[in-house]
Design a protein. Structure first.
Length: 69
């Protein structure tokens, strides 16, 4: 249920908001990887979750681009 509400929230956003969301997710992924490399990360499953969120955001950006074209 959590992931569907996240996707529904993303669908309500504009293209600019989606790209800013993508940038923040990439920054979070970088920070998580850095913490993992320095053995400071407690929840390693968060890396996988953020990667999937990035894929979801990219999918929605691609879908909106195809609909607009």
């Amino acid at each position: 249920m959590k992931k569907t509400s996240y996707v529904n929230d993303l669908r309500g956003k504009s293209a600019e908001e989606l790209s800013s969301e993508l940038i923040s997710a990439k920054k979070e992924l970088f920070n998580l990887r850095f913490q993992n490399a320095t053995n400071q990360l407690d929840n390693t499953a968060r890396i996988k979750e953020v990667r999937k969120n990035i894929a979801r955001i990219r999918t929605l950006i691609t879908q909106s681009a195809k609909q607009g074209a």
